[in-house]
Design a protein. Structure first.
Length: 430
């Protein structure tokens, strides 16, 4: 409980009377009477607040949310008396709220509804605790904050819509891009016979079908289906760095989600293994429900303070994934990673094709874009350039060992990862 603004204003007036009473003896008795009356009235407010039942509150919140998207949350309040309250909801840590606190006038036996917007900024399960209602005593001198209502739970998933937008493509374009090699007739797996089209390679002509039908017929091929794409996801401390509200792990998950969607639409299977933190393993899955399984396995992953251990991750993956697959290592390469990565990845390459996709911190580029005015700033820029050169050398060393690599900032990573996958499929090298 605490005094209201009205009580504070009355108290200031009473103190002013006390100052005047120090100089005018006739005001001393009114001063003490006024003080006693103020205390009695405040006690009456306290007693009425303690005896009065608080308003009831129920909350309506979406069960499933996407990180970064605003969602409406509705609070319904009911009271058996007329009163004015101020409502505030205790939202999960890290979320952004619009529309609170809010004042409501409650009427007897009527339900008052308040809607505010909540935008989650992190993935995983979230819990809304009880709401807070600030009620005021009958005389308006004392107010009390009361926790009311029940908690609520929701799940926050990566935002596929934002991922697709960041790649500047919609769902239809993604599907068309994934089917590009089918339309061009390239690949290793026979798809169908069709009428000959101008520009078809003579090698694509099916002469037996030509003899039967007495017209030019071409064979159409497509990339092989039912191949495996397995993500080896780094959850160590190097993925804890943030770019705005999202961590590098969030950005890597976004890219993984987009490529999973494309691969599943291609007819391939998708699996996930995490290392250096939470231990998750999803054997390769395919079909319409595959993306849901990927989401359920990874939506609540958080980066850990553990150092990245590539040998541990590769050993766990080698023991679980026997069939040949495209292994996509999602990490944040350091300047000294080539030596630590080369030996484990060469072990993987004996059975699989390996692609190392590194999420590069945008802050590195922003640092180099800053004007250099002092010696310290120049030395800092030189050290940043040296670090980037060392990262590039690490990538080149991995490429020389036969490992596919890419290094991209978060905004570009989803598209570049998909393009690399489609190039591998077109080449038929998986």
């Amino acid at each position: 409980m605490r005094p209201t603004r009205t009580a504070l204003r009355v108290a200031l007036c009473w103190l002013g009377l006390g100052i005047a009473a120090a100089f005018v003896r006739e005001l001393q008795l009114p001063f003490w009477i006024a003080g006693g009356a103020l205390v009695v009235l405040a006690l009456i407010d306290v007693i009425t607040l303690l005896r009065r039942p608080p308003p009831t509150v129920t909350r309506s919140v979406p069960n499933v949310m996407a990180v970064g998207e605003p969602y409406p949350v509705e609070l319904s309040l009911h009271s058996d008396r007329k009163e004015r309250v101020v409502v505030h909801d205790h939202v999960p840590e890290g979320g952004v709220v619009e529309g609170l606190p809010a004042a409501l006038q409650l009427q007897p036996d009527r339900i008052a509804r308040l809607t505010y917007r909540f935008r989650p900024t992190s993935r995983g399960p979230v819990r809304f605790p009880t709401a807070s209602v600030l009620v005021t005593g009958t005389l308006g001198l004392i107010e009390q904050e009361r926790r009311v209502g029940d908690g609520a739970e929701a799940r926050v998933y990566p935002n596929f819509r934002r991922v697709a937008a960041s790649a500047n493509v919609g769902e239809a374009a993604l599907y068309q891009g994934a089917q590009l090699q089918r339309r061009r007739g390239q690949g290793l797996e026979f798809h169908q016979l069709r009428e000959y089209r101008e520009g078809d390679s003579p090698r694509a002509v099916d002469w037996k079908a030509v003899a039967r039908r007495r017209q030019m017929i071409s064979r159409e091929y497509r990339s092989e289906q039912n191949q495996n794409v397995v993500f080896l996801l780094d959850c160590g401390r190097r993925m804890r760095a943030h770019d705005g509200e999202l961590s590098l792990l969030d950005q890597a998950l976004d890219a993984m989600l987009l490529l999973s969607y494309i691969a599943l639409r291609q007819g391939d299977s998708v699996g996930v293994l995490t290392f250096s933190g939470a231990q998750r393993w999803l054997p390769p899955v395919r079909g319409a429900g595959g993306l849901h399984q990927v989401l359920q396995t990874t939506y609540d992953l958080q980066s850990s303070p553990e150092p990245t251990d590539f040998e541990q991750g590769v050993a766990r993956l080698s023991a679980r994934q026997r069939r040949r697959a495209l292994i996509v290592v999602l990490t944040n390469l350091n300047d000294h990673d080539a030596r630590a990565l080369t030996a484990p990845l060469l072990t993987l390459r004996e059975r699989h094709m390996v692609l190392v996709a590194s999420v590069r911190e945008p802050e590195l580029r922003r640092q180099l874009e800053q004007p250099v005015r002092t010696l310290d700033e120049g030395l800092f820029a030189l050290s940043t350039l040296g670090y980037l050169d060392a990262r590039r050398a690490a990538r080149n060393q991995l490429s020389a060992a036969g490992v596919h690599t890419l290094d991209a900032e978060p905004a570009a990573l989803p598209r570049q990862l998909v393009e690399q996958y489609l190039r591998i499929k077109r080449a038929g090298s998986l």
